[in-house]
Design a protein around this ligand. Structure first.
Ligand SMILES: [Zn+2]
Length: 625
């Protein structure tokens, strides 16, 4: 009794640093904007930017020039004396951070190489005009960001219209995310001045565009007119609003059939594409696209593109590719399968069309459109198509901050991609084993002392393939298969996507949503996987007879990561059974004795028998009598 009182008297002082893996995560306090349940709070706000853009592509000089009206809505509680605008083309400006760093290209598995620079190309965005109310505004360009001073502060709940004019030379290779092939083919992203995000967490989000970190953008409506040589076919974010002016009667008729077809229908056949490429045309044509509620706009154009289309649940699925892109005949079927899989498993695709364009970009996502390469292996082709499409969920629909948290878009997306690949290749050796790649990646890329925590900014990460893609996908796979179970996991991830669709979630919103939906304290899980590079080493130390029918299985947790433990018991009569031990077994320390009551003699014990964990030392996982 006396001892117990003494313990009670000491405990609350917390004089010893708490190093338990179960201590609470250091999260920002919940607010009216972001509630403690992980949902947007009653005072949630985000800014809005609507764009009306008119641009002309000069294919002779390879210069894109445009005028742009931005209607910017201040829904924050703050009066804004200035705004920040992103000029991503300044990645290629003389003396840019990227050109000075001369970063080596990033290598992904499968041999894909991403060079985030312009391969020596020097260009950059020239802003010819930035006006409001007919008056020029003072601007200061700092690399890829530009501050614009307002004539008077923009009050809460009010809007301002900016009139902007700009031009830039189109780089042949735009950091792996855009580019062109001569004057014959263009993939345009990061091509117009875009509003930076102003939010409740960082205020203005002004981290520069260096290459590895992607984008954080406001939602808004787009109205875009693109003027190009008359013979070019254009694919873009949004829907074509002047079909009579840009499509032939035959193309429109084929498209009508395609909308109701589960099989791909050629809107432009291979023979037509080849002939179009050889034809000499004069003059220009203006393509008009509109869409509500997207966070970006991209487009591609060329004279000799093939075009297939099919329909799924009223959504038009379009694939554009060059006559020599051999595996692309199946691309439409692949995209349709992945789009239906993602829609049925997670959240319905929210826009009326999706397009993917084959070309020089190694794989890049934009709202309603992606750029993918032509790859020889069918499995690789599916993977890149499904991966870029999966970005329509993360981050195009769930609008997270990609510049800081690639695991919340690349990682969540990679996780759902494995599901799509398993479904498409079901019953094949590839489909049944593809997810094993995650554990293989852990062994080859999560090197102790070199690995960096998942939460690290992408521009500071040396092994982005692991940190941003494979590790978060493995994390969610382990969470699903070993901690929550499929149904609870799916319920929580669906709720997160539903709560944060077309909004800006932060990591804490994600953690809190999972805790609240599943009723499980998962702080220990996120600490091990997101905030640290903790390693898992579960072990069986020894097995001994206890009193009566009891056998004592002495287990230990020799690494810093904690997880529940799966134990296989093998008996002398040749039978075996599996026991699931909860993570709470490690509450009191790193050793745990599990008591088995059975008249049968235990002859063997295996920890993690199905090998679903990235256990760094498997030799201590089993015991044999
Ligand atoms: Zn990606």
């Amino acid at each position: 009794m006396f001892v117990l009182l003494a313990v009670l008297a000491v405990a609350p002082q917390q004089s010893v640093a708490d190093t338990s893996p179960f201590r609470a995560l250091p999260l920002p306090a919940a607010t009216g904007v972001r509630s403690a349940s992980g949902a947007p709070g009653p005072q949630y706000w985000q800014q809005r930017a609507d764009y009306t853009i008119t641009a002309t592509l000069d294919t002779g000089a390879n210069v894109l020039s445009g005028t742009e009206r931005i209607r910017y809505w201040n829904r924050s509680p703050d009066a804004l004396a200035f705004v920040w605008v992103q000029l991503d083309q300044n990645l290629f400006a003389p003396g840019s951070i990227t050109s000075l760093l001369n970063q080596p290209p990033l290598r992904f598995a499968g041999g894909v190489v991403f060079d985030f620079g312009g391969k020596g190309f020097v260009g950059g965005m020239t802003v010819d005009r930035f006006h409001a109310g007919g008056r020029p505004l003072a601007t200061t360009v700092t690399g890829t960001m530009m501050r614009v001073e307002l004539a008077r502060p923009l009050a809460p709940d009010s809007a301002i219209t900016f009139e902007v004019a700009w031009h830039f030379p189109v780089p042949p290779y735009g950091g792996g995310r855009m580019g062109r092939v001569g004057s014959r083919f263009y993939e345009l992203g990061q091509w117009y001045p875009r509003m930076a995000v102003y939010d409740d967490v960082n205020g203005w989000n002004t981290l520069p565009y260096i290459g590895a970190g992607e984008f954080y953008l406001e939602y808004g409506d787009f109205n875009v007119a693109l003027t190009l040589p008359a013979g070019y076919v254009v694919a873009a974010t949004g829907s074509v609003s002047n079909p009579l002016a840009v499509w032939t009667a035959q193309q429109r008729a084929r498209l009508e059939r395609a909308r109701r077809s589960s099989e791909a229908i050629a809107i432009i056949t291979k023979a037509e594409a080849t002939a179009n490429g050889a034809r000499h045309t004069t003059g220009t044509k203006t393509w008009r696209f509109t869409t509500p509620n997207v966070r970006d706009f991209a487009w591609a154009a060329g004279p000799d593109l093939r075009w297939d289309a099919s329909g799924w649940n009223g959504i038009l699925i379009q694939t554009f590719y060059h006559p020599d892109a051999a595996p692309w005949e199946e691309a439409n079927k692949m995209v349709r399968a992945a789009l239906s899989h993602f829609s049925e498993t997670w959240l319905t695709y929210p826009w009326p069309q999706f397009s993917t364009v084959e070309g020089l970009v190694e794989g890049m996502e934009y709202p309603m459109i992606t750029f993918c390469p032509s790859l020889e292996k069918r499995e690789d082709q599916f993977w890149v198509l499904a991966h870029e499409l999966g970005h329509e969920w993360f981050p195009m629909t769930v609008g997270s901050d990609e510049r800081r948290y690639p695991w919340m878009d690349e990682g969540f997306n990679t996780f759902i991609d494995y599901g799509a690949a398993e479904a498409y290749f079901k019953g094949t050796a590839y489909g049944d084993t593809v997810r094993r790649e995650l554990l293989a990646a852990a062994t080859t890329t999560a090197i102790p002392g070199i690995e960096q925590p998942l939460i690290t900014k992408p521009t500071e990460v040396r092994e982005l393939y692991w940190t941003a893609y494979q590790k978060p996908a493995l994390m969610l796979t382990v969470l699903r298969d070993a901690v929550l179970g499929r149904d609870e996991f799916a319920r929580a991830l669906r709720e997160y996507t539903r709560r944060w669709r077309f909004k800006h979630p932060q990591p804490a919103d994600f953690y809190r949503t999972f805790a609240n939906v599943t009723g499980r304290d998962l702080d220990w899980f996120w600490r091990g996987w997101v905030l640290t590079t903790a390693r898992l080493d579960q072990a069986v130390d020894s097995v001994a007879r206890g009193a009566g029918d009891t056998t004592l299985v002495h287990l230990s947790n020799r690494g810093q990561m904690v997880l529940p433990l799966t134990l296989e018991l093998r008996y002398a009569d040749g039978t075996s059974e599996t026991r699931q031990l909860p993570v709470e077994m490690w509450y009191l320390g790193s050793r745990f004795t599990y008591r088995v009551s059975s008249a049968k003699q235990i002859t063997g014990v295996v920890v993690d028998p199905r090998q679903v964990y990235p256990d760094i030392e498997r030799s201590n996982n089993s015991w044999v009598r």
